[in-house]
Design a protein around this ligand. Structure first.
Ligand code: GTP
Ligand code: MG
Length: 189
């Protein structure tokens, strides 16, 4: 119960940063939400040393990557928990959408359905093709083709990454890209 309260407090705290009168700085923790089907590896992506039970309640964790700070929200991916996702995907939030490449062909329709909903509601989005250690020959272009509709053009607010959360491979690059996109956005304001 206390973890739920802590998560809610962290979430409200981070919401303050998305209010219009608050001018974010590079020291402002970037609110980052992890979404994706159950078992895709979200919790492991954030904490590789732990063997995780399925996430039933949102968990928050602070991360520092280089000079940038992130406050992450790891949400449950089971189908009955996905209605919570939209509460966390609010203006200014960064989203990491995690896909298990090893099982992608089996669950691709379900992944695509959830991805379409998320893509249309969020700003900066990192798509993480995860568990690449189990399927090392995968290519980003092929995986993108499986995920996206053919007629869709490139969206510059979406980055695509191959990662192994378990081995910690590619994780830092994802957060660095997100941080860079935020900074580019600030410069453009
Ligand atoms: N081989 C491999 N296994 C992974 C990787 N990431 C996660 N796993 C395994 O996949 C299983 C599910 O990982 P979780 O991190 O709990 O998945 P989740 O997306 O948080 O699942 P929910 O909380 O139910 O939404 C665990 O057994 C992990 O050890 C990875 O990069 N490589
Ligand atoms: Mg989890």
């Amino acid at each position: 119960m206390s973890s739920l309260i802590q998560s809610l407090v962290d979430f409200l705290y981070s919401l303050i940063y998305s209010l219009p009168f608050f001018t974010p700085t590079s020291q402002t923790p970037q609110k980052t939400v992890l979404l994706g089907l159950q078992n895709s590896g979200k919790s492991t992506f954030l904490s590789p040393q732990t063997q995780h039970e399925p996430t039933l309640r949102p968990l928050s964790k602070s991360l520092t990557i280089g000079s940038r700070q992130f406050i992450t929200f790891d949400l449950g991916g089971q189908s009955n928990l996905r209605s919570l996702w939209s509460d966390y995907v609010v203006t200014g939030v960064l989203v990491i959408f995690v896909i298990d490449v090893y099982n992608f062909s089996v669950v691709s329709e379900e992944v695509k359905e959830e991805f379409e909903k998320v893509k249309d509601t969020c700003g900066i989005l990192a798509v993480v093709f995860n568990k690449i250690d189990l399927s090392p020959n995968e290519k980003i272009e092929d995986l993108k083709e499986l995920l996206l509709d053919e007629e869709e053009g490139e969206d510059e607010d979406i980055g695509y990454f191959l990662t192994s959360g378990l081995k910690g491979e590619g994780v830092r690059e994802v957060f660095e890209w997100l941080g860079e996109r935020v900074e580019e956005g600030r410069k453009g304001e």
